[in-house]
Design a protein around this ligand. Structure first.
Ligand code: FAD
Length: 385
């Protein structure tokens, strides 16, 4: 069996590694000549970590992951702690720890594991077509790839999604802008072993440790879409949006490097239940685009990859049947993740400020139990025990 994989991001590469591991021949086609991941880092929650472990990357991932032991929320003005608790009960109950990792390093690890010489860069797919017994992908440069099955891991702007769904989809603006980057750890801003989040005014500032003595930081601000802001204005913009916030937040703003800070208007796509058509399967953001509010978009892509590879390897009724089984296993799971993230997004970002204020109040009496039990439920919904 030969699989054509479109996209060399987290989804495409984990799928390629998983299929290869199951004895399936793979070809990976990536549109850009050099992958520059959007976003500085990513938290891989235990459901995603288990998928990477299963794919043979356990030791490499450990090297990249930050030592995140605690979680804390702080109020925005004085930086006083609202709640702080250990992640240990979560780790014990799900059987694995989370790893925040720098995206560029995750991308390198995935390319090394798959074999970067086997990735065809600069190949942008324009359309796909099925024929009796196979599928063809057509590329901008005139190349045509032929295989038995095609995995569309071409991200949120997927060129192949309309083929699968039979219609176009609209991206929905989630109502906030996210700035993110990496900065050297400074314990006068936050402890090195903690996921620290300052909250107030429907905004947040968050720091997570990644390997190499660095914090992954992000700032979220509810804003209209399409403002004329970019890297050249980032310090002035953040100083304005976070005026009056705690000294640690001001210190973080002065420490960041505008040249490597990303500004992203956050979107998702209304979930849909169709993930496959014939011999073509959507995987990762092409099949489910979510806001990053529960940190599960990339983890869900890793889950897709594992489930798809197992379905193709273990099924003897043919590719179309295997893809339908993949769809059956994944459609509800990914819909649930997108909707959970949307709900969390609205509470965090002040869609209804009275609800957001109630959440700030709840945090004062949070022991960790409620937060961790929500995370546990999400994590245990993954495919690996
Ligand atoms: P992508 O990463 O978008 O990769 C798609 C690839 O396909 C790209 O390399 C692209 O160049 C290529 N491509 C596109 N079109 C074509 C074409 N026509 N032909 C060939 N190739 C093509 N997830 C988590 O799990 N944890 C987090 O903490 C987290 N934080 C996030 C923070 C932010 C700010 C954002 C925006 C997202 C976050 N996510 C997180 C989500 C995560 O980044 C995505 O879910 C994940 O990157 C999706 O991977 P993918 O491979 O499906 O898509």
């Amino acid at each position: 069996m030969k699989a054509i994989i479109i996209g060399g991001g987290i989804g495409g590469l984990t799928a390629a590694i998983a299929l290869k591991r199951c004895g399936i021949t793979t070809e990976v086609y990536e549109a850009v000549k050099e992958i520059r991941p959007v976003g500085a880092a990513i938290s891989i929650w235990p459901n995603g970590v288990k998928c990477l472990n299963w794919l043979g990357m356990k030791e490499s991932l450990k090297q990249l992951g930050g030592a995140m032991e605690f979680m804390a929320y702080k109020e925005c003005v004085h930086g006083q702690t609202l709640t702080r608790f250990s992640l240990d009960p979560l780790i014990k109950s799900v059987g694995e720890r989370p790893y925040p990792v720098a995206r560029a390093e995750l991308q390198e690890m995935l390319m090394d594991t798959y074999g970067r010489e086997d990735i065809q860069f600069g190949k942008r797919v324009t359309r796909v077509e099925e024929f009796d017994g196979g599928v063809r992908a057509f590329f901008e440069d005139g190349h045509v790839a032929v295989g038995d099955v095609l995995i569309a891991a071409d991200g949120t702007h997927s060129a192949i999604r309309p083929y699968v769904l039979g219609h176009q989809t609209e991206r929905r603006y989630a109502g906030y802008v996210n700035w993110n980057g990496l900065v050297e750890i400074d314990e006068s801003i936050a402890p090195a072993n903690q996921w620290t989040t300052f909250v107030g005014e429907g905004k947040r500032v968050s720091l997570m440790p990644v390997a190499g003595n660095r914090f992954y930081f992000f700032f979220d601000v509810p804003l209209e879409k399409g403002l004329h802001e970019d890297r050249s204005t980032v310090k002035a913009d953040l100083t304005r949006y976070f005026s009056g916030w705690a000294p640690a937040v001001q210190k973080l703003i002065s420490a960041i490097d505008p040249g490597t800070t990303n500004r992203i208007e956050i979107h998702d796509i209304e979930p849909f239940m169709q993930l496959v058509r014939g011999r073509v399967a959507l995987l990762g953001d092409s099949g489910h685009s979510t806001t990053p509010d529960i940190g599960q978009g990339g983890c869900a892509a890793m889950e897709d990859a594992v489930v798809l590879a197992v379905a193709l390897q273990t099924n003897s009724l043919g590719i179309e049947d295997a893809l339908l089984r993949y769809q059956e296993k994944r459609a509800y799971r990914v819909k649930d993740l997108v909707l959970k993230a949307r709900k969390r997004c609205d509470v965090t970002h002040g869609k209804d400020m009275s609800v957001t204020h109630s959440w700030y109040e709840e945090l004062k009496s949070e022991t960790g139990e409620r937060v961790l039990s929500g995370m546990r439920e999400t994590i245990l919904g993954g495919p690996l025990e």
